[in-house]
Design a protein around this ligand. Sequence first.
Ligand SMILES: *Cc1c(COP(=O)(O)O)cnc(C)c1O
Length: 437
Amino acid sequence: MSKLALFGGEPAVKNKSDDIFKRNITKEMEDAVLKVLHEWKMSSIDITKEFETAFADWHQMKYGLGCNNGTSALHCAMFGAGIGEGDEIICQSTTYWASCLPAFSLGATVVFADIDPETLCINPDDIEHRITSRTKAIIVVHYAGYPADMDRIMPIAKKYNIKIIEDVSHAHGALYKGKLVGTFGDVSAFSLMSGKSFAVGEAGIMLTNNREIYERAILFGHYERHSEIENPELKNLSGLPWGGYKYRMHQMSSAIGLVQIKQFQTDMVEIDKAMNYFWDLLEGYPGIRPHRPPKDSGCTKGGWYASLGRYIKEELEGLSISRFCEALRAEGVGTYPGCNKALHTHPLFQTVDVYRHGKPTRIAFSEVDVRKNDKQLPVAESLQKKVFAVPWFKHFWPEIINQYADAFKKVIENYKELLPGDTGDPEDLGGWFTSRR
Ligand SMILES: *Cc1c(COP(=O)(O)O)cnc(C)c1O
């Protein structure tokens, strides 16, 4: 093997184009967007409704509600599920803030649970002892495309009669034991923003089979479609949005979505093939593990959003992940350590009084100080030095993928050379967002 590029050797990645990371934009998609423009239908809801039906049909769910982003879809899902003042929702601390933060404006609070160190999804063993009489829902995030352990989570919700809200923003098209994620809980919400794997622009969608959740979500942030509400009690009080929010989806996004729904099935297969091919090449190399479900599990990662690898520094004599990633970047691999920081470590979940209730918003309506739970989240707190970003291949082009895998092999095979100059990891790895690219 040649010398490490960090020390002046030839970089392993010769590929200079980023085409392999780009998604397919078709003529059909362009035409669909322009049609909305020419018909001046950006704020209408006819195409959105078509998109909702197509997206719901794909998941074999009854109701879909298009929203202007994933955050608002989650807000609608929470209100739809009946979350309100004094309620608690349980959510993993390692996630993007929108998984739980909309609860604040409903007067609810967040009880954080720890993650499983391999799946990076909520640890089913860390849920039950956090349930109280105030717990209304568990937010299940299929983190970085990995389907959460629904067989263990669903019975807990049933036992305590609490709702499951799935945040599917990372896992469009992913299967849990052969079944699409986003179809297990009482309601699910998806971000469809441009960075996600099923991407249509700034947009989101909520899915449910529960008519009451659907109608309450409409009541909350979709005044323009209050005529759909059938429940007489709600209908009598409709006309203005209860939440005071306007969450209508932009129809250029809906138009892209209608095309995307046809394309995604094949795009996803290619991404899955490319990513599995990459990881298979690295099978058995010390220091790294794929973040993917076992092959015969019936679980898949869909479009492999925010793909991560797990780093085990003990297998490389304690080489810091920062040094490891630095060497990879020199080889031409765009990677960095960390992912979403544990939310409970941010002051917003500890001290900030957002609405001037005279106390931190997190506990504004709590009978007990839920912040005391935050002491038991060791896996979430130590995660940033244990994961790194992986190239997100959109195309199965083996000659190019080989180069990226070669870069990893080269760095791992020559890791001893990296030890002397290793100054360790900075305290602050990871971020409050999902992606830095
Ligand atoms: C992106 C994301 C959201 C929010 O979606 P937006 O469309 O950006 O509002 C929610 N949850 C998770 C886990 C996300 O990654």
